[in-house]
Design a protein around this ligand. Structure first.
Ligand SMILES: NC(=O)c1ccc[n+]([C@@H]2O[C@H](COP(=O)([O-])OP(=O)(O)OC[C@H]3O[C@@H](n4cnc5c(N)ncnc54)[C@H](OP(=O)(O)O)[C@@H]3O)[C@@H](O)[C@H]2O)c1
Length: 285
């Protein structure tokens, strides 16, 4: 197939492109920089310069690639600039869906998140509504996630990959990166907030598998949603950082509930290489 990867140089894109190439697909991948384009070329794909916020250029790039499928792995979290990230989700996705339509592309896979669900006592499944009544600042995240998902859903043939927290190479959850620095600075507490993780390699493998999945949203998370008081000390140990303080109460926001991968695992046949962060974190050291 001809596949257009928007965001080919990101934490997931860099892992996904070689997998697609290995499978014999003809891959075009975007970056906003010459350096990024060279990286995409080195991965065996054709790198093209495109900024998702430049609708005209994006239309040209998608039109020239004439893909069978677009894989949307655009985020803008490298600089921890959440406003830019929101803009890429809203405007970038809008532009990409419009470019897809203009080029006659009907299938798109898109990166979303598995922690945008409303409050509840159990890990959320894909039928759980998004947390649309969340107060600020969470409302900003939910609004941009909703805009992204609604835009992608305009294409009948869409798969929304709701990823858990990414860990592994190129993510915040790896040696000397964001979370390691926060642990070192004593900024994190091991509390009752529940999260779901996914190794970045498994995130890329899920995108590869999703080329054949039916339309809809799918949680791409490991088997074990867990409270920070369980996973954060394990992460600190794996990264060689100081153990965090542990909260003694059960306080968590209602939405901090994790997500279940039952759909991906039991119905779609996705089997993560790292089924739990317990063993996955040990790969970080
Ligand atoms: N689910 C999660 O937990 C999750 C998901 C995503 C990211 N993250 C975290 O965020 C951090 C940064 O992620 P990342 O390394 O993937 O980098 P990133 O800075 O978020 O960029 C991701 C991709 O989007 C592209 N991009 C960004 N803005 C763009 C725009 N306006 N137009 C076109 N392309 C654009 C980038 O391409 P160029 O920069 O080459 O143009 C890159 O290919 C990582 O540490 C990761 O852990 C977490």
């Amino acid at each position: 197939m001809r596949i257009f990867v928007a965001g080919a140089t990101g934490a997931i894109g860099r892992q996904l492109v070689p997998l697609l190439v290995e499978q014999g697909h003809q891959v075009t991948g975007t970056s906003r920089s010459g350096h990024g384009v060279a990286l995409v070329n080195s991965l065996g794909a054709e790198g093209v310069l495109a900024d998702a916020l430049d609708a005209e250029r994006l239309h040209e790039a998608v039109g020239a690639a004439a893909p069978d499928v677009i894989v949307h792995q655009l985020t803008a979290l490298g600089e921890l600039d959440f406003a830019a990230h929101g803009r890429v989700r809203r405007e970038g996705t809008r532009n990409l869906v419009d470019a897809a339509r203009a080029a006659g592309v009907t299938r798109m896979l898109a990166q979303s998140i598995a922690w945008a669900y409303e409050a509840g006592g159990e890990p959320a499944d894909e039928t759980t509504p998004l947390d649309v009544d969340a107060p600020a600042p969470r409302s900003g995240t939910i609004g941009s996630v909703r805009a992204l998902e609604e835009a992608v859903t305009e294409l009948d043939d869409h798969v929304i990959l709701r990823y858990g927290l990414l860990y592994g190479p190129g993510t915040w959850y790896s040696a000397d990166e964001q979370v390691a620095r926060q642990l070192r600075a004593g900024e994190l507490t091991a509390d009752a907030a529940v999260s779901s993780f996914v190794h970045v390699e498994d995130a890329a493998l899920a995108a590869l598998a999703a080329l054949d999945w039916p339309a809809g949203a799918v949680n791409v998370v490991d088997d074990e949603p867990a409270a920070a008081r369980d996973w954060l000390p394990a992460l600190a140990e794996a990264l060689g950082e100081p153990a965090p303080p542990v909260a003694t109460d059960d306080t968590r926001a209602g939405w901090q509930r994790g997500a279940t991968n039952a759909l991906a695992r039991n119905k779609l046949g996705w089997t993560p290489r790292y089924p739990t962060w317990r063993t996955g974190f040990t790969s970080l050291s």
